[in-house]
Write a protein that binds this ligand. Structure first.
Ligand code: CU
Length: 550
């Protein structure tokens, strides 16, 4: 008590650093490498309960890796062996594990309920994997993921491309770089909501928190130099929310994303030309040209050139995307079901602010089609389809959903939600360990196979699809109009490796996926999850397996 009084009278000791403004340039703390071997990164990550400031008015009691939300940034060179000693110090009963989203070919460290037993509070587990692709990845629990991620268990992982220093020297890549981890949260009196697992409508639409978080803060401010390009490495760690991002008056140029840098600069959104289709020659992608759309689990590598005067503020705006949210309502005496009226039209919100400060490289220009990897004579390259397996049509991977409603004996309307991969729900409690029987819908292939896979969504709702362990290249789309039955197709038209993709409603995307063994020794063999990345969907049945045999 006496000490507290003294503190109150005198304030912080002389010479102490002023407390850092948590809303100015917040960034995930870097995780320190404790191993002297330059080819090995080794550290300890502990999951525990924490309290952190969401906004100047609101502290939230959530969960964290190493005490911070987002958790610590792991940054390594391509080819590094990453060893993480994971300790679960979460509250009693909160079993967990870490999934390394997008990391390929290390089945034993994939961190899912079919590759390891859950880590109970007080227990530990060591992950040991090699990073074999440059890009932006992230890590989070795949056991109780909806609740754990919602409460703060998510963090970025960057694998640097060896040519990045040369590309910065050439002026292709900006020197200023920020990692932005996007999320959202609902809370009551400073405690995160329990993510619904019993309410069928909440499961169907997923939980979208009303607090938009960028690096764990509401409406943070990032200081950027006027006229100088800034590279934004963006992760969507939300359990449901689609992030359609815009900086009004500016174009967000995409130079890379999930699986590393692109051949050329892209401007996304707007419309694309159809390759066939009775009704349309242009396909509206549902967001405007110059915006970036990130579905849950997705990442983007973006360049912004902030134009304006010193002191100006640019807004990073979240805009709604029509993702097919469902609802039910009374019409006369009858309950009906359909898309909610405000789907895609919810009010825009400012998620963060860029405040312009003085710079010395004004006049920097960037244009669609400018070379990125091409500037150092490289290209992503297309997957060879020689001998590829044709998994289209009857062999497609299919997301489907079924909602039903009825009046019970008391006349009360009841409803149910079913979420499927390939016609069946699986892994609804996300538990079981390696002895968990294989999913009835598991599909098998072998290391070395190339799969030409149709990823199909027969529902009217958009779902983000994620496949563990391997990256794929999207090639083309096929949309079936629900009412007329007419088919429209369009091509992707460039090469990129990704692991998470938006599947629009009533649409198939055709991808090519090589089942490589990049670490070697058959480390890529094993049971890999394939699922919807709206966490409540995956955990309520929209989950299956790709089993890769040696
Ligand atoms: Cu889904």
């Amino acid at each position: 008590m006496i000490l507290l009084l003294v503190w109150a009278c005198h304030g912080p000791p002389d010479g102490a650093d002023a407390p850092r403004d948590p809303w100015l340039d917040p960034e995930p703390p870097a995780l320190a490498d404790e191993n002297d071997d330059p080819s090995v990164f080794e550290a300890t990550i502990t999951a525990s309960a924490t309290t952190w400031p969401l906004s100047p008015e609101l502290d939230v009691a959530g969960l964290a890796y190493n005490g911070s939300v987002p958790g610590p940034l792991i940054r390594v060179q391509l080819g590094t062996e990453v060893i993480v000693h994971f300790e679960n110090d979460l509250p009693a009963g909160f079993d967990t594990a870490i999934h390394w989203h997008g990391i390929e070919g290390n089945n034993a460290s994939d961190g899912t309920p079919v590759t390891q037993d859950a880590v109970m509070p007080g227990d530990s587990f060591t992950y040991d994997f090699v990073v074999t692709r440059a890009g932006l990845f992230w890590y989070h629990p795949h056991v109780r993921g909806a609740q754990g991620v919602f409460e703060g268990l998510y963090a970025p992982l960057v694998v640097d491309d060896p040519d990045e220093p040369a590309l910065r020297d050439l002026g292709v890549l900006p020197k200023d770089e920020r990692v932005l981890v996007l999320s959202d949260l609902s809370e009551l009196a400073g405690t995160p909501w329990s993510v619904e697992v019993d309410n069928p409508m909440e499961i169907m639409n997923g939980t979208e928190g009303e607090h938009l978080l960028v690096n764990g803060r509401e409406d943070p401010v990032f200081e950027v130099a006027a006229g100088e390009p800034v590279r934004l490495r963006i992760v969507n760690s939300s359990i449901t929310r689609f992030w359609r991002l815009a900086v009004p008056g500016h174009t967000l140029y995409r130079i890379g994303g999930q699986g590393g840098l692109l051949d050329r600069v892209r401007v996304e959104g707007g419309t694309v030309g159809a390759t066939s289709g009775a009704d349309a020659t242009q396909v509206d992608l549902g967001y405007e040209r110059g915006e970036i759309l990130l579905v849950p689990g997705e990442r983007a590598d973006v360049v912004l050139v902030p134009n304006g005067d010193v002191g100006d503020a640019l807004e990073l705006v979240w805009k709604d995307f029509a993702r097919g949210r469902h609802g039910m309502w009374m019409e006369g005496d009858t309950m009906v079901m359909g898309d909610v009226a405000d789907d895609g039209t919810r009010p825009s919100e400012t998620a963060a602010t860029f405040r312009l400060v003085a710079g010395d490289r004004a006049g920097w220009a960037l244009a669609e089609g400018d070379p990125v990897l091409g500037a150092v004579g490289r290209s992503v390259g297309a997957v060879s389809t020689a001998g590829a397996l044709d998994w289209s049509g009857d062999r497609a991977m299919t997301f489907d959903e079924n909602m039903d409603m009825w009046q019970d004996a008391d006349g009360i309307w009841q409803m149910s939600t079913e979420l499927h991969v390939d016609g069946a729900a699986w892994m609804e409690d996300m538990m079981g360990g390696p002895s968990q029987p294989e999913a009835p819908t598991a599909v098998h292939a072998q290391i070395g196979d190339v799969i030409e896979w149709e990823l199909r969504n027969t529902s009217h709702m958009a779902h983000p699809l994620h496949i563990h362990g391997f990256s794929f290249q999207p090639i083309s789309y096929e949309h079936v109009d629900e009412e007329s039955g007419s088919i429209t197709t369009w091509d992707v038209g460039y090469d990129e490796y990704i692991d998470t993709i938006l599947l629009p409603g009533d649409t198939s995307v055709f991808v090519r996926m090589p089942l490589a063994d990049p670490v070697g020794g058959g480390a890529a063999a094993g049971r890999w999850m394939r699922h919807c990345h709206i966490f409540q969907h995956g955990e309520n049945g929209m989950m299956s397996e790709l089993v890769v045999d040696p």
